[in-house]
Design a protein around this ligand. Structure first.
Ligand SMILES: *[C@@H]1O[C@H](CO)[C@@H](O)[C@H](O)[C@H]1NC(C)=O
Ligand SMILES: *[C@@H]1O[C@H](CO)[C@@H](O)[C@H](O)[C@H]1NC(C)=O
Ligand SMILES: *[C@@H]1O[C@H](CO)[C@@H](O)[C@H](O)[C@H]1NC(C)=O
Ligand SMILES: *[C@@H]1O[C@H](CO)[C@@H](O)[C@H](O)[C@H]1NC(C)=O
Ligand SMILES: *[C@@H]1O[C@H](CO)[C@@H](O)[C@H](O)[C@H]1NC(C)=O
Ligand SMILES: *[C@@H]1O[C@H](CO)[C@@H](O)[C@H](O)[C@H]1NC(C)=O
Ligand SMILES: *[C@@H]1O[C@H](CO)[C@@H](O)[C@H](O)[C@H]1NC(C)=O
Length: 529
């Protein structure tokens, strides 16, 4: 999809206005935190824009390496605009010496009957196939490091295999495969192993705590112990704590702060999918569903952004685009992620698995890569991620503060048209002029004193009828941008060809789940540079 309506030759004019900085600058490691921001040694904001890459399934090998070379995958990750990987590992890799040091990639595939993967791996990664599993894991980290891609090491499960069943024995402290002391010794082992590896910037202590045993007291007891153990073994890494109920719930730290001996390293992670709230998305008016979910994210852990970084470390959709719940959810959550400028990691990189739940070569439709591990599965989805791949705000006093008008369905922003400066158009967010959304609800081009009128959707110098140029964020989602037109209130909208227009506001109170407002969803995003 290309929503840019301007001739390429005109870009030089737009660049004068501003550009969002690129994420691949030279970070000075290690990282630490400053209130809600992750910063580097120089005090500059570092925004995590990660992709998950599993290495915790039965073979205990990072997925995809029988399809492409590890350096090619690392390069592709960078090309897709990510600066970071959340690389998973099973606890057994840290606590079972035989598995880590005395089983090679080849032997692991052999024991699972994955003979096609052996020949593919031999071709694509000949230098790795006879490495012990822990050495192969280190090689993946090193390859990412060579490309300056940051890595978060995520303890995903104990027993290698697909995660996360409610009753799978891997869910909470005290479960069959989840002994707290073994877990702590495994965390210590991995933290020590990667001490001094500068691109390993964080450790995610345990993925998606869950199950019948989960409780708040044990969460504090063991997560604090785990955090101390990691920090003692490797004081460079960010220590990332996941919540209860599949990491949707950190509500309990609001009234009872985590008590650690160290500071400036603690990050909270949250997960959210449409299936976290299937009933809400499928049964409610999408504006009401989105409003409800945004409240649930805030109360479930978003509130931590007042004092700590919040890392949205798993979110994602079926990229074939046919799942209605997913399509509503992703518009809503992209708006939240952009508005709050959170650190994040999309689920997921892999276009396919070696072996998942007994199926050899299973496809992954949430994967940004296709099953060939080199083609991008859905280019229009990458466009939707591009705004949040850039840092938008930061900890320092800023020279310039302005707004963007972001349209999550396309990933584009509202721009002043170059060919007709009285008109607005959709275009790349990094090429938007700075907008100002004023307290009296006018949308003004900041450096030009032009404001947007609903009637004719034109930019006017005088904003002659003030009542017609007040744009309110309405509906339960607050994602509709409405203003009065000559006769009635109309909402900003985008047609099939990505033209901006106004139309009747959709899915207002009383309408049911069958209405579809997502082409009308916008988010006014703050940028400060
Ligand atoms: C905006 O981003 C696109 C890639 O998404 C890039 O080609 C273009 O040069 C960028 N424009 C500016 C002004 O940085
Ligand atoms: C350790 O790993 C080896 C190799 O996979 C396996 O045979 C053994 O049963 C494991 N040991 C334990 C205690 O799980
Ligand atoms: C390591 O593997 C070799 C053969 O692959 C075996 O002979 C040896 O006993 C194993 N050592 C351990 C400690 O498991
Ligand atoms: C925090 O932990 C320390 C020991 O680790 C303890 O002495 C202190 O009382 C704890 N503080 C709170 C508020 O629980
Ligand atoms: C990409 O996603 C869009 C919806 O977001 C969908 O319409 C399109 O068919 C998808 N493309 C592919 C190749 O799956
Ligand atoms: C504009 O709105 C104000 C308050 O809502 C109202 O008093 C005034 O009559 C309106 N003016 C016009 C021209 O509609
Ligand atoms: C507004 O309403 C008047 C009277 O009903 C009608 O004549 C006019 O065409 C309408 N204007 C628009 C823009 O719909």
């Amino acid at each position: 999809m290309n929503g840019t309506k301007e001739p390429r030759g005109m870009f030089c004019f737009m660049i004068i206005f501003f550009s969002l900085s690129s994420i691949t600058t030279n970070m000075a490691y290690p990282l630490s935190t400053k209130s809600r921001w992750i910063i580097d040694e120089k005090g500059q904001r570092v925004k995590l824009a990660c992709v998950n890459w599993p290495s915790h399934l039965q073979p205990v090998v990072a997925e995809g390496l029988s399809k492409q070379g590890v350096d090619e995958v690392a390069k592709k990750i960078l090309e897709m605009g990510f600066n970071c990987v959340r690389l998973t590992w099973p606890l057994d890799l840290a606590t079972n010496e035989t598995l880590a040091n005395n089983v090679t990639v080849r032997q692991s595939f052999q024991s699972l009957g994955l003979n096609d993967d052996i020949s593919g791996f031999q071709k694509k990664n000949p230098s790795m196939i006879d490495l012990p599993l822990i050495e192969a894991y280190k090689k993946v980290v090193a390859s990412l490091g060579n490309k300056n891609v940051m890595v978060i090491l995520d303890n995903h499960v104990t027993k290698p295999g697909w995660c996360c069943g409610y009753n799978d024995g891997n869910g909470f402290f005290g479960d069959t495969f989840f002994d707290p002391a073994t877990w702590i010794s495994g965390l210590t082992k991995i933290a020590t192993t990667f001490k001094g590896i500068s691109n390993v910037v964080g450790m995610s202590l345990r993925n998606e705590l869950r199950g019948p045993k989960q409780n708040v007291d044990d969460w504090f007891k063991y997560m604090q112990q785990g955090a101390e153990a990691v920090h003692e073994a490797n004081s460079n890494v960010l220590v990332i704590l996941s919540g209860l109920s599949y990491d949707a719930d950190l509500s309990f730290v609001r009234s009872r702060p985590v008590n650690l001996t160290f500071t400036e390293k603690l990050v909270y992670e949250l997960h959210r999918y449409s299936i976290t709230n299937t009933h809400t998305w499928s049964s409610k008016n999408p504006n009401e569903a989105c409003g409800e979910i945004l409240k649930s994210i805030e109360n479930g852990g978003g509130f931590n952004l007042r004092d700590f970084p919040v890392f949205l470390s798993e979110f994602g959709i079926d990229l074939r685009g046919k799942n209605v719940n997913d399509n509503r959810y992703i518009g809503c959550i992209l708006g939240w992620a952009a508005e709050n400028d959170v650190d994040w990691s999309i689920w997921t990189l892999q276009g396919s698995y070696y072996l998942r739940e007994g199926v050899v070569g299973m496809s992954e439709y949430y994967g940004v890569l296709d099953s060939d591990w080199v083609s991008v599965r859905n280019q229009s989805f990458m466009q939707r991620l591009s705004l949040i791949q850039s840092p938008l705000q930061g900890p320092d006093p800023q020279h310039k503060v302005y707004n963007l008008v972001f349209h999550p369905l396309t990933g584009l922003c509202m721009l002043q048209s170059i060919s007709d400066p009285t008109k607005v158009t959709l275009g790349l967010c990094n090429e938007s002029q700075p907008w100002s959304y004023t307290p009296d609800n006018t949308l003004t081009l900041k450096d030009k004193y032009l404001c947007l009128e609903n009637t004719g959707l034109k930019l006017s110098e005088t904003c002659s009828s003030p009542n017609l140029s007040k744009w309110q964020t309405i509906s339960a989602s607050k994602m509709l941008l409405a203003a009065k037109s000559t006769n009635n209130t109309l909402c900003l909208d985008v047609d099939e060809a990505n033209n901006l227009m106004v139309s009747k506001c959709k899915c207002m109170k009383g309408e049911d789940s069958s209405c579809d407002p997502i082409s009308q969803w916008f988010k006014i995003v703050k940028v400060s540079k």
